[in-house]
Design a protein around this ligand. Structure first.
Ligand SMILES: *[C@@H]1O[C@H](CO)[C@@H](O)[C@H](O)[C@H]1NC(C)=O
Ligand SMILES: *[C@@H]1O[C@H](CO)[C@@H](O)[C@H](O)[C@H]1NC(C)=O
Ligand SMILES: *[C@@H]1O[C@H](CO)[C@@H](O)[C@H](O)[C@H]1NC(C)=O
Length: 408
């Protein structure tokens, strides 16, 4: 009896140690976030074990866990019709708001889910609920793209999949079939999906046939650059759930098919040290000492290495490619972009990617709304229903949908 008490106490202590992480009190529902983070971390550890045993790639294993827990088959209600189909060979899940006599033509949104270019699905509950809410509240047709993921495909195949599905949707006969107004179509995504949405928007304005086809882009805590992993938000959120800095750097390395041996060097910005000539001209485009306000930079200092590792960008030149890192695009490209919404969260390594992009777009003359949440954390927009319901999840989602309602 006594020994089982000791054992139980030890187990509880161990569980508490595993789950507890110090979080700022300004974060939304910190205890719930700790539990969510511990669950995600254990899934990651199980996947790493499966990888070490040689049974499967860790990202395949992790995605298998995520998708098997959360998959939802196509469904329909009086308000929304949901269909799984394919657009020019790319799988999509389409959400159609019910027809309204006063508004015969609907708005259209191409939605790209997040997950580090490697995880999640348009068919998991979280994204299914978000897209259904958009279709219903906006009376829109939402095309949620089931693009292929790492490690089946790498950069730039994810972009190609989204471009194919979007071009298919934009054809007059397809828009007609779905009763979509060709002048009211937007592109949107969260996290790595926000990265893909930003990349596709830049690609479309450079193509005479596609220019002006998208009315808005709405980016939710997008990933936008891989040159500086020491922006104030990266420094401030090194270990913040659900996206610690090292995890984000690994997603980049995986997407660009690089080598994990470089991760530690990239974390200290050795890949963009002053002796890396290829990066010199680009560094000014994400110079956060001039792009971010003092309220954000606080006392953080830039991390610039004099000598680093020149091999990294030689082996992974895509790090400097604006299609992978839309923040690196030239001003000349940015100035043609459509009206833009960018949502950022204080407790997120990617906060400053979003704020810097908003600033660059604004300087280029694009109309931008920067919607910042002081108690937000990375991923919160999809966490709106029990048991993973967060107050900031509901507020961010409402704010995002409201912007689309007023601007699309
Ligand atoms: C960064 O580069 C410097 C110079 O090559 C090297 O001394 C240092 O160990 C590197 N740091 C990491 C973490 O790789
Ligand atoms: C970044 O901006 C600061 C302030 O405007 C400037 O002093 C610095 O030279 C810039 N650095 C780069 C690499 O452009
Ligand atoms: C989450 O949902 C439960 C059950 O509906 C509710 O009691 C709770 O207050 C919600 N929490 C938040 C943070 O919204």
């Amino acid at each position: 009896m006594r020994s089982s008490c000791v054992l139980l106490t030890a187990l509880v202590a161990l569980a508490a140690y595993y789950i507890y992480i110090p979080l700022p009190s300004s974060m939304s529902d910190p205890w719930k976030l700790m539990l969510l983070d511990a669950t995600f971390r254990s899934a990651q550890q199980v996947s790493n074990l499966i990888h070490c045993l040689g049974l499967s790639h860790h990202l395949l294993a992790l995605n298998f866990i995520i998708v098997s827990f959360g998959k939802k088959s196509a469904w329909s209600s009086a308000q929304v019709k949901v269909t799984d189909t394919d657009f020019d060979g790319v799988e999509v899940r389409v959400f159609e708001g019910s027809p309204k006599p006063e508004e015969p033509l609907k708005r259209g949104v191409v939605y790209i889910h997040g997950g580090g270019w490697a995880l999640a699905s348009a068919k998991i509950r979280y994204y299914d609920e978000l897209c259904a809410a958009m279709a219903e509240e906006l009376n829109a047709v939402v095309v949620s793209v089931e693009y292929r993921l790492v490690p089946k495909v790498y950069f730039p195949t994810q972009i190609h999949d989204v471009v194919r599905a979007t071009k298919y949707f934009l054809q007059p006969e397809v828009l007609h079939e779905y009763s979509v107004d060709p002048d009211r179509i937007g592109i949107s995504g969260d996290s790595a999906g926000g990265n893909l949405a930003a990349a596709v928007s830049q690609q479309f304005i450079q193509d005479a046939n596609l220019k002006n086809k998208l009315k808005v882009q709405a980016l939710i805590y997008p990933v936008l650059q891989a040159l500086d992993f020491n922006t104030p938000s990266y420094q401030q959120n090194v270990n913040t759930p659900v996206l610690p800095r090292s995890v984000m750097v690994k997603y980049w390395v995986d997407y660009l098919r690089g080598n994990y041996d470089f991760v530690q060097a990239m974390i200290v910005n050795n890949h963009t040290s002053l002796d890396v000539e290829e990066a010199v001209a680009l560094r000014a485009r994400l110079n956060w000492t001039s792009l971010l306000p003092a309220s954000i930079t606080k006392n953080y200092k830039p991390v610039v290495q004099t000598t680093g590792n020149t091999r990294i960008v030689r082996e992974i030149p895509q790090l400097l490619d604006a299609r992978a890192a839309p923040l690196l695009a030239e001003q000349e490209v940015l100035r043609h972009l459509p009206k833009t919404y960018i949502l950022t969260c204080e407790h997120d390594v990617l906060r400053d990617d979003g704020i810097m992009y908003a600033k660059r777009l604004e300087s280029a003359g694009v109309e931008v709304t920067l919607d910042h949440f002081e108690d937000g954390f990375h991923g919160c927009v999809i966490f709106t229903s029990w048991p993973t319901n967060f107050s900031v999840g509901i507020r961010t989602r409402n704010s995002y949908i409201k912007w689309l309602d007023q601007n699309l």
